[in-house]
Ligand binder design. Structure first.
Ligand SMILES: [Zn+2]
Ligand SMILES: [Zn+2]
Length: 136
């Protein structure tokens, strides 16, 4: 897919409905310690420069660092999205979005990945330092 499209999503209980405009169907895994504690394992997210649009309900926001916040449903606990507070970078849990036509093509914070799992998918890989250099 090369043209941007709007994907719909919802939490497990349905209280939160959202949509996000995506430029492609790429999915990235994050192995950082905060994601693994937040989600119980590596997060699988889609990225967009467009803000998440909330169409029903009000997500709870957790300020997880000085620069980012994480949104979840306070009724069912579904992890919804991660975003930079300054804007311009939104990361939505792929599991909350409709469909499964995704291209898993990137893993980040690979140097934080613990030894007890690994993905067989052939993806691009970036260390935490490489990711942080991209944003600074
Ligand atoms: Zn919910
Ligand atoms: Zn992470």
């Amino acid at each position: 897919m090369s043209t941007s499209q709007e994907k719909q999503g919802s939490c497990l209980c349905g209280a939160i409905q959202l949509s996000i405009i995506l430029d492609d169907n790429s999915v990235a895994a994050c192995h950082c310690g905060m994601c693994r504690q937040w989600a119980g394992g590596p997060t699988l997210m889609v990225h967009s420069a467009h803000p998440v649009r909330i169409t029903a309900g009000t997500p709870r926001l957790f300020s997880s660092s000085d620069w980012a916040e994480r949104a979840f449903c306070e009724q069912c606990g579904t992890h919804l999205y991660y975003r930079l507070k300054q804007g311009g970078f939104e990361s939505v849990s792929v599991g909350v979005l409709e469909g499964d036509d995704w291209d898993f093509n990137l893993q980040v914070y690979v140097d934080s990945r613990p030894g007890f799992y690994c993905f067989a998918n052939k993806t691009k890989e970036m260390t935490g330092a490489e990711v942080e250099a991209m944003f600074s």
